[in-house]
Design a protein around this ligand. Structure first.
Ligand SMILES: [Zn+2]
Length: 460
């Protein structure tokens, strides 16, 4: 008989609300939830009294072991998934990159080989498209991706020359995706506006990291989102458009308007745009704020929180990117500094503290944003819920432990966190991945190779 674990006496957080009760794990799946479940024959009992029992987080946006060709993060999949598990994240959806001259099947095989026997939690993949083939071949790529369980592609409206897609290329990707039922994730920043603002700063010698925010105005993001949604709307069938890491309220307004008009459109944000602002650039560690899109004016945080509260934002992911502090400080120029920050281990305590405790969202809403919705949107069956038949990806969170975020306590390699010194209510206590205990009382239990590829299959 499969090993069984009874998580006893916790507050179970389901998408529909919180219930006091027990949760029984049998093997890799949740077998039962309810009050006073029987203890006879149970292999292991875990006391969860005064704790929240959450579905494991499904982070739809990570960059573990990233190599952009300029900078390479020093982590691998063992380290990336370790810091994830310690943060209560039991599934990541990362990216495979289709490099020029490569087709998507080769790109996917290459990425899966990198992950190989290292991943300690489950993972899915999106396909990042760079160099597009002719339409007939692009159609073939969409078919291959769906068959491989990769129902989502990502494109960029900026970053010349490597990732940038012009409007004609964007339209081709959107059209092919619409024909095949593939979801299109878009990094939205108007490249001409970003290039002009950056160029002006460079010409006037204003290249210090403090100027990073000015180089990439919010208008550039809002315009690009508007344009992409407009192009998608003109197509029949119209593809699902997923705007990644919305950093400005106006961007989410564009997504909301599209949805109100009946267009399939989804907005994602990240903890950094909800909790940090352009004040970081004027502080002692401007490198902590080097990311694209940049941190915004403080009022944008309020606008984004309102969009979270209203449901206009469907998902929160981390955009985790484990560059070290040495890499972040390598150049004094914002144009050359590695963009991206680590976030996998800090997302849950930050959202618990600044979302739930401050009454902006409920625990159920937190679970929807960070688990249920990403699992549903990207078609990961068995993830994102606490109910019989779901994978036993379960997080026990103790809200009574008051703590402070310190880089030295995190399980990644960056050596810094932009939330250094930030106080948080609660801590991840215990984590199960498909029934296997990966974190016990805050201590990580290594399980390289335990993580399994999770193919995504969109509905409809
Ligand atoms: Zn990203």
């Amino acid at each position: 008989m499969a090993e069984t674990t009874l998580i006893q006496g916790g507050t179970l957080v389901t998408p529909d609300g919180e219930i006091e009760g027990d949760l029984l794990i049998a093997g890799e799946q949740i077998a039962a939830i309810g009050r006073d479940l029987a203890t006879e024959g149970v292999s292991r009992i875990v006391n969860a009294s005064r704790c929240l029992v959450l579905p494991g987080l499904v982070d739809p946006h990570t960059h573990i072991q990233l190599d952009t060709g300029i900078y390479k993060t020093p982590d691998n999949w063992e380290i990336g998934t370790r810091t994830a598990a310690c943060g209560g994240v039991t599934t990541v959806i990362d990216f495979a990159t289709q490099f020029p001259g490569q087709d998507v099947s080769a790109a996917l095989a290459g990425r899966l080989a990198e992950i190989g026997a290292l991943a300690q939690i489950d993972y899915g993949l999106h396909m990042m498209l760079t160099a597009l083939p002719a339409d007939a071949e692009l159609d073939g790529w969409m078919v291959d991706l769906l068959a491989a369980g990769v129902p989502s592609v990502k494109v960029y409206t900026t970053y010349r020359p490597n990732y940038y897609q012009d409007d004609a290329a964007l339209l081709r990707v959107l059209a092919a995706a619409g024909r095949h039922g593939v979801l299109v994730m878009v990094h939205c920043e108007n490249d001409a506006l970003v290039s002009a603002a950056t160029g002006n700063l460079v010409q006037t010698g204003q290249t210090a990291l403090a100027h990073h925010g000015e180089a990439r105005p919010a208008l550039a993001e809002v315009e690009a989102a508007h344009r992409v949604l407009f192009l998608a709307r003109a197509l029949d069938p119209s593809p699902q458009v997923y705007v990644v890491h919305c950093s400005a309220g106006g961007t989410v307004d564009e997504v909301s308007r599209a949805r109100a008009a009946g267009q399939p459109a989804i907005a994602e944000t990240t903890p950094q745009y909800l909790l940090l602002d352009a004040g970081v650039y004027a502080g002692g560690h401007p490198e902590w704020g080097i990311m694209q899109p940049p941190l915004r004016a403080a009022e944008e945080k309020d606008a984004l929180w309102k969009h979270v509260e209203s449901g206009a934002i469907s998902t929160i992911g981390t955009d985790h990117c484990d560059y070290t502090i040495a890499q972040k400080r390598l150049s004094p120029r914002f144009t050359e500094t590695a963009g991206g920050i680590p976030g996998l281990e800090t997302m849950l305590p930050l959202l618990a503290t600044y979302g739930v405790e401050q009454s902006r969202i409920t625990w159920s809403h937190l679970a929807q944003l960070t688990s249920t919705n990403p699992a549903r949107i990207f078609g990961l069956k068995g993830k994102g819920g606490l109910a019989p038949g779901y994978d036993a990806d379960v997080v026990i969170y103790d809200p009574a432990v008051d703590g402070t975020i310190r880089a030295e306590r995190l399980h990644n390699l960056a050596g810094y966190t932009p939330y250094e010194g930030c106080s948080v209510s609660g801590a991840v206590r215990t984590v199960f991945s498909r029934g296997r205990m990966l974190v016990r009382d805050g201590e990580f239990i290594p399980a390289p190779g335990w993580g399994r590829y999770q193919p995504g299959h969109l509905e409809g």
